[in-house]
Design a protein around this ligand. Structure first.
Ligand code: NAD
Length: 291
């Protein structure tokens, strides 16, 4: 049994922490939202009153927070994880943030004897609920080996992809592909409907051909029904496209399609769809066609 401090019990952190409890670990969870903490307690975890409480006595601290400002606040800030955790503690940041923040966190942690992995995930809310996430891990091999049994509880495809920050670069590559696939599924739906073809029948057959993909499998029915409850918010995907474009600039490469997808997602946000699921890219494509 591992004692785990889990900080960030939202759409992803809630089911993930629940799986760790079910696997027999002692999980002390903290979130700014008291309802989320109550959910963990109902699942058999323990409520932490703050970061200090979550970190005290923890072998492993897991963070699943929205973006880098929250990670900087919780990890690097006054009364944060690095100030309070005992030397030897393993911090696994599973948030999607910019790679340079992951590297900065690892450097700051090393001076305190705290080990760090960046371990962002893919698979969405469904993957978190089904414990079938893909987890891309950056950091030291030995720390990956130590974290692996816990990561295997919440993930199905768990891969050490390189040094600190590498997990975040892989996640950025994931997000540009996911955004592009959503945009194209949306365009297919708009084309089919505008042509008087049944979109469900059309996508059902496409899901068995070369255009088959997970998003078509998981989301075509809710997209056709215009059900856009998150899931993964447009606001978070907008953040991730910024990370991808910044990583491209850093690597000195041109990613023109990524730029276009980023603008479509920005348009969704500007239209007020930020708190909808990213499948609401369909609304952006409809807006462009005056539909
Ligand atoms: P979310 O907003 O549902 O959850 C984040 C939680 O962090 C919230 O409950 C919030 O109250 C809490 N929080 C924020 N600041 C805090 C602080 N200072 N102290 C304690 N708690 C704090 O977001 P989510 O959808 O669970 O996403 C979390 C991360 O996972 C993001 O980086 C996101 O990009 C990534 N991600 C999300 C999905 C998805 O499908 N939702 C999939 C893969 C990766």
């Amino acid at each position: 049994m591992t004692t785990i401090g889990f900080i960030g019990l939202g759409i992803m952190g809630s089911p993930m922490s629940g799986h760790l409890v079910a696997a027999g670990h002692a999980v002390r969870g903290f979130d700014l939202n008291a309802d989320s903490v109550a959910k963990l307690v109902a699942a058999g975890g323990t409520a932490a009153g703050g970061v200090a409480d979550a970190v005290a006595g923890a072998d492993v601290v897991i963070t699943m927070l929205p973006d880098h400002p929250q990670v900087e606040d919780v990890v690097l800030g006054d009364g944060g994880v690095l100030e309070l955790a005992a030397p030897g503690t393993l911090l696994v940041d599973m948030s999607t943030i910019r790679p340079e923040t992951s590297v900065a966190v690892a450097e700051a942690a090393a001076s305190k004897g705290i080990r760090v992995l960046d371990a962002p995930v893919s698979g969405g809310e469904a993957g978190a609920r089904q414990a079938s996430l893909s987890i891309m891990v950056g950091g030291e091999e030995a720390d990956f080996a130590a974290a692996r049994p816990l990561l295997d509880v919440v993930g199905k495809t768990v891969v050490h992809v390189g040094p600190h920050g590498a997990g975040q670069v892989v996640k950025a590559a994931n997000q540009l592909m996911v955004g592009g696939i959503y945009a194209l599924v949306a365009e297919a739906i708009v084309l089919l409907e505008a042509s008087g073809v049944d979109a469900k029948a059309g996508l059902d057959v496409l899901a068995g051909g070369l255009a088959a993909n997970r998003i078509l499998d998981l989301k075509r029915e809710t997209m056709i029904a215009r059900e856009f409850a998150p899931g993964f918010r447009i606001d978070l995907h907008h953040k991730d496209m910024g990370i991808a474009l910044a990583a491209a600039r850093q690597a000195d490469v041109a990613l023109p399609v990524t730029g276009l997808i980023a603008q479509l997602i920005a348009a969704g946000r500007a239209r007020g769809y930020g708190s909808l699921d990213h499948s609401a890219l369909l609304k952006v494509i409809e807006n462009l066609s005056g539909r």
